[in-house]
Design a protein. Structure first.
Length: 352
């Protein structure tokens, strides 16, 4: 079971350390871990945010465990050399088109949500975000118009097969949950969204057991804070999914708690090849201080065991240990507490 371990920048290495302690404690046989530099660390060591050796290790692996990228030192580099290009490059090169971002309320944290506790308590949703298309990967540039004004432009486009494959992932996910799927778009304005909607409706014919609804993204942003309990699975494009998943994380109380899986079509002998990362970033302001909450990273490890290695029992054990730690009052700074990175790792290990 080959795992490429890419801690990355900022708090990435510290939270990765705790996740690897948890992995170690499970005592699984046959693991082969390869650590590589990525992001700002990749640029500083090897001159590129996604060095060839890192990409190769990710290609060879059955799964990629990813910390975070983003380094203020690199913000003024040309776009192609900025740390964010590492994660975008991995998503593209490994064709990881389906991003699963679950957001579930942990019991005991209702008071920490920005929402009223009784509303926050209802949150149990999964955002399925398309990850290989949209304005993220369309042609883009800054050009000078005939009259001399500069114009920035990014092409938003989805081909029908791109929509179809993410729709299938979302319908299947809904079948394994409460069988409700909400497709989020902006079909009242965008042609890209009109095609998205048409294709999702076509695909729905194959899933008569799933109830499909559609919502414009502005309304979805509102409904997510007004009545998040109405959502089961949400499927949406790359840009809308980026925004809504950050919003969903704050409804749960902290971005420090949410994990994600990025999956493609490739099957290994153990499961689906994927990349697993917390949805938060590198948090340079607290990097190196032992303050970061490693729970989202640890929960990403659980998702890896589930999706890439078929180890549901171990995934559930890790998730239960994190839930229990939270229920017992373990709190990182992101949750208004003072437990440090290693102490939270210890607390999870003790409950494993
Ligand atoms: C995310 C991040 C990335 C994205 C950035 C780092 C490129 O915000 O994974 O949500 O926009 O997809
Ligand atoms: Mg984001």
């Amino acid at each position: 079971m080959k795992i490429a371990v890419l801690p990355g920048d900022g708090i990435g290495p510290e939270i990765m350390r705790e996740a690897l302690r948890v992995l170690d404690a499970l005592g699984l046989e046959g693991l082969e871990l390869t650590q590589c530099d990525v992001g700002g660390a990749g640029y500083k060591q090897h001159g590129h945010p996604l060095p060839p050796a890192t990409l190769e290790a990710a290609k060879q692996a059955d799964a990629v465990l990813f910390g975070a990228v983003g380094d203020p030192d690199c913000d003024n580099l040309e776009r192609a050399l900025r740390p964010e290009q590492a994660i975008l490059g991995l998503r593209r090169e490994l064709e990881l088109f389906a991003n699963l971002r679950p957001a579930t309320m942990f019991s005991g944290l209702e008071d920490l949500s920005g929402l009223k506790p009784e509303i926050a308590g209802q949150i149990d949703l999964l955002i399925v975000r398309e990850l290989n298309g949209d304005v993220y990967f369309g042609e883009k540039g800054i050009r000078t118009l005939d009259d001399g004004r500069r114009q920035g432009w990014d092409m938003m486009a989805y081909a029908e097969d791109e929509v179809r494959r993410i729709a299938h992932v979302a319908f299947r996910a809904a079948q394994g949950r409460k069988k409700r799927l909400c497709s989020v778009d902006k079909a009242n304005v965008l042609e890209t969204s009109q095609l998205w909607r048409d294709v999702v409706v076509e695909v729905s014919a194959e899933y008569p057991d799933v109830e499909l609804t559609h919502m414009y993204v502005d309304n979805a942003a509102m409904q997510l804070v007004k009545a998040p309990g109405q959502f089961d699975v949400v499927v949406t494009g790359n840009l809308f999914g980026d925004i809504l998943s950050d919003q969903a994380s704050m409804c749960v109380g902290s971005i420090g708690l949410l994990a994600s899986a990025s999956l493609g079509a490739q099957q290994t002998q153990y499961g689906t090849k994927g990349l697993y990362e917390p949805i938060h970033g590198s948090a340079p302001d607290i990097a190196g201080q032992g303050k970061a909450n490693p729970m989202a990273m640890i929960l990403s490890l659980a998702m890896m065991l589930r999706h890439s290695f078929g180890r549901e029992a171990e995934a559930v054990r890790i998730e239960a240990a994190v839930s229990r730690a939270l229920a017992d009052g373990v709190r990182g700074g992101d949750l208004g507490g003072s437990d440090g990175t290693a102490a939270i790792g210890d607390a999870v290990l003790a409950r494993l």
